[in-house]
Every structure is written in structure tokens, then in C-alpha cells.
Design a protein around this ligand. Structure first.
Ligand code: CA
Length: 253
């Protein structure tokens, strides 16, 4: 799945090299040469990951990493520091400032892409192509296929729309946690997209419908007053999709 990666690097040749390699690896690359440019880009669209040069004109990369970590909106963005320094104390300072990883220049494009993948796998698994299996469902982001295990043990391919697929991918990589409609909009649709929270309800309903042929719709729980949760501890109600039909009726009122 393509990720949006912001490259903050003031040396044009390195910025170009990194951006080209990111694009080649299937990511969307945003570029900034200064902290000010980066801040403007971040205000417009929250990136999935930031590659942050240590030495920048004006404000240092480490200072900017600290700032990103104190802002609620940017606190969870994975950060990889790029630097010419290889001093151990610098590395510690970068990691203490909130960086997730650290790459010393010069680095190979292959190493850069591998580090990005490793950080995303740890911090944002819904952005990787790793297969996820849970609660009798198997979701494959690479082929965009979803299968559910029937009660007789056979796997059945489930028809699912692209938005519901992304929503389920997020849920399956973040199980047992309650997410509000606003949080799901940020995580699945992107925080630069302005949609009514009711949109989430519509896609939850479609998701449950997509999971109902193998009786897995019960995994998507409504948590009254809070939002939704994907839980393998959810109770399967008799009659399978009865619960979502009740909610469907409630939504339509
Ligand atoms: Ca620099």
C-alpha cells in the first residue's frame, strides 16, 4: 500500500535521490528543504512517515523532531533521522528526541527502503503489505483479497469494497482497541479529508455486510458512546448478522 513520506532535507541532490527512490518503491514523496516548508506541508496533509535530516538551516532536525512529538496531531508520525554524523551520542540524542530510527549518510537506497518498511511495520502496520490473519479472517493487502473461514473449515473469498478493505486492514492491525469515528476518519481516510462522521457508520455497515457471508460481521463491535472496535473476543450473536440489522434499522431512522 503506498505511503505518503515527507523528506526534509536541504541538500538538493540528496533530497532528489531520496524522493526518486521513494517514488520508485511505490510511495508518495513530499519534499521540504526547511522546517518552515515542512510545517506548511504537514498542516495540509499528515504524512505517514517523515525522513528528517539532522542538519537543517535555521532549526535543527532534532529540535523539529521534539516539536513534532509534543504536538498531539503529529505525535505519532514515525520519524527516521538522516545524518552525516555517526557519533554514538548523536544517535542517542536523535532517538531521545523521538526518532524511531536513524540512518547515517551515505546510505544505499535499498537500506533506506528497508528501514522505512521496518519502521512502518512496527509503527503503522496497516501501511504495509503484510498478510494479516485474525479471528478466522485472512486479509492480503498485496492481492487485495479477503477470505473468511466458514464453519465447515473451508475458506471463502469475500467481496469487499476498497474503503471497507482499508477500514478492515486498520482494524485487524489494531485489534481490541476502541476508535472514535473522528479517529477512524483520520486513520483510514486521512486527516486532510473532511467528511462527516456519519460516513464512518455507512462504511462500518458495508464492512459488516461484506463479512456476513462467513458470519464474521460480529468481529466489528459498536461501543456505545465511543465508536467501534475490532475484537476477536466479541460475542457472536445467534443468527449471525442480526445485531447489524438492528443497527442498520437504527441508522436509517
Ligand atoms: Ca543537511
Amino acid at each position: 500500500m503506498p505511503s505518503t513520506i515527507l523528506v526534509i532535507e536541504d541538500e538538493p541532490a540528496i533530497q532528489e535521490l531520496v524522493a526518486v527512490n521513494l517514488t520508485f518503491a511505490g510511495h508518495k514523496a513530499l519534499r521540504a528543504a526547511t522546517v518552515e516548508q515542512a510545517s506548511t506541508l504537514i498542516r495540509a496533509e499528515l504524512p505517514d512517515l517523515i525522513l528528517l535530516d539532522w542538519m537543517l538551516p535555521g532549526s535543527s532536525g532534532v529540535q523539529f523532531a521534539r516539536k513534532l512529538r509534543t504536538d498531539e496531531r503529529t505525535r505519532d508520525i514515525p520519524i527516521i533521522m538522516l545524518t552525516a554524523r555517526s557519533n554514538e551520542s548523536d544517535k542517542v540524542e536523535g532517538l531521545e528526541a523521538g526518532a524511531d530510527d536513524y540512518i547515517t549518510k551515505p546510505f544505499s537506497p535499498k537500506e533506506l527502503i528497508a528501514r522505512i518498511k521496518a519502521v512502518l511495520r512496527r509503527r503503522a502496520p496497516q501501511l504495509t503489505d503484510d498478510m494479516v490473519e485474525m479471528g478466522g479472517l485472512r486479509l492480503d493487502p498485496a492481492t487485495h483479497r479477503l477470505t473468511g473461514r466458514r464453519r465447515d473449515g473451508d475458506a471463502q473469498t469475500l467481496e469487499i469494497g476498497p474503503t471497507e478493505f482499508r477500514l478492515l486492514h486498520f482494524f485487524m492491525t489494531h485489534p481490541e482497541r476502541v476508535y472514535s469515528r473522528a479517529q477512524l476518519l483520520d486513520q483510514v481516510w486521512g486527516d486532510h479529508v473532511f467528511l462527516e462522521e456519519r460516513t464512518v457508520d455507512v462504511h462500518i455497515r458495508r464492512l459488516r455486510h461484506a463479512l456476513s457471508p462467513t458470519g464474521h460481521d460480529y468481529l466489528v463491535e459498536t461501543v456505545r458512546g465511543s465508536g467501534y472496535r475490532f475484537s476477536t473476543a466479541a460475542v457472536r450473536t445467534e443468527g449471525g448478522s442480526a445485531a447489524s440489522d438492528v443497527e442498520l434499522a437504527a441508522d436509517l431512522r
